[in-house]
Design a protein around this ligand. Structure first.
Ligand SMILES: [Zn+2]
Length: 384
């Protein structure tokens, strides 16, 4: 399994200038590759391979007056730009032929400067110094804020500059299952279902609740305000550029705070439980539409992915329960389908079953999810 580890980096002024040159060259090579493939397509020629493009757009181009400045930066991120372009075409074709599931992917487009800028380095182009600095070819030794440990040697690093002017180093690390093995918990009660909700972020065994973080609503309001302000600004104006920056900053704040929150919750859950059962979400479907709720849905989706990968590394059991499993409707005492359902039932917090049992909606759902997860794992049917 490959994991990403991101850290803030603080380049000096000359390093920022070197990175700006590198981002520019990466964008140029990428766009040249898009143009070359489009031209080949128009001419009815086969798509030029990455090796052919490498020679034409990097090695040979460097010797021409129009592209001589490509020689000022490391070749490594330029070659990665060609790989990225190739991957983008492949995704497009796989999406066309149905080989790739999920949302339709369009053909690669030209990269513009206003977007997030990035450059990827493989082992040949970067190194980690004993003093904690990150060496990048033709840029220098960057200062990194190591907010957590890298679990293993990274195979690549992507340097990202966000629209707000912050820099991040995002490392890819290959991690084996069980690489981060936790002490097994020899207690049959150390298993929990997780009911994901709207009122609470999640409900665990025994009614233990993870509340929706308060900062989420506040940051969401800030984002909406920034988005509204942006929509009122005239195209091409400097006020519009400023407003766009504010939107980008709000997004970045949300992402950082959210990931911080999620990492902490996941660490606690995995630390306390030998097995974790979750209700699978149709996150892709949920994430579309209604802007306000999609932030919450995106957080839930990311939560499940982090939980699953952390469970695998720690050697914990993790299983998803089908999202059509009626965890809310099922009475966990008698097994009858007497609970709240549908849109009308959304506001029902407590309910009584005909069998005499009185349920808290989320607590009851957690019990059902946990039992169904245990059943699937015991039957060898867990779709992990
Ligand atoms: Zn009942």
């Amino acid at each position: 399994m490959h994991l990403r580890y991101s850290y803030r980096v603080y380049p000096t002024r000359p390093q920022r200038a070197a990175l700006a040159r590198t981002f520019g060259c990466v964008r140029t090579v990428y766009n040249d590759a898009v143009a070359a493939r489009r031209a080949a397509h128009r001419a009815g020629l086969p798509y030029p391979s990455t090796a052919v493009l490498d020679k034409a757009l990097i090695t040979v181009a460097k010797r021409t007056p129009e592209r001589s400045w490509l020689a000022e930066v490391s070749t490594v991120p330029l070659q990665q730009a060609l790989r990225d372009c190739h991957a983008a075409w492949r995704n497009f074709f796989d999406s066309l032929s149905g080989k790739r599931s999920g949302a339709r992917v369009g053909p690669p487009r030209f990269k513009r400067r206003s977007n997030t800028q990035s450059a990827r380095y493989t082992r040949r182009g970067f190194g980690l110094k004993p003093n904690g600095r990150l060496y990048l070819a033709k840029v220098g030794d960057l200062r990194v804020a190591w907010s957590r440990d890298l679990p293993a040697e990274p195979s690549s690093v992507t340097i990202v500059k966000t629209p707000t002017g912050n820099y991040y180093a995002s490392f890819v690390v290959a991690v084996d299952d069980g690489a981060d093995l936790a002490e097994p918990i020899d207690d049959p009660d150390a298993e929990t279902g997780i009911d994901l909700g709207l009122k609470a972020f999640a409900v665990l065994r025994g009614g233990k609740t993870i509340d929706n973080p308060k900062f989420f609503r506040r940051l969401e309001r800030k984002l909406k305000k920034a988005q509204r302000a942006l929509s009122r600004k005239q195209r091409g104006s400097s006020n519009r550029a400023k407003a766009r920056l504010k939107v980008a900053k709000a997004h970045e704040d949300i992402r950082n705070r959210r990931d911080d929150f999620l990492h902490k919750q996941v660490a606690t859950i995995i630390g306390e439980n030998q097995a974790v059962y979750v209700e699978d979400l149709n996150v892709k479907g949920l994430a579309r539409g209604r802007g306000a709720k999609s932030l919450h849905d995106a957080a839930l989706g990311r939560f499940l992915r982090l939980l699953e990968s952390k469970a695998a590394r720690a050697g914990r059991t993790f299983a998803r329960v089908d999202r059509f499993f009626p965890s809310t409707r099922l009475c966990s005492v008698c097994g009858a389908l007497t609970g709240p359902q549908g849109l009308a039932g959304l506001s029902v917090r407590d309910w009584a079953c005909g069998c005499g049992a009185v349920h808290d909606r989320d607590g009851n759902a957690e019990i059902n999810i946990r039992r169904e997860g245990q059943r699937l794992v015991a039957a060898g049917q867990a779709d992990t």
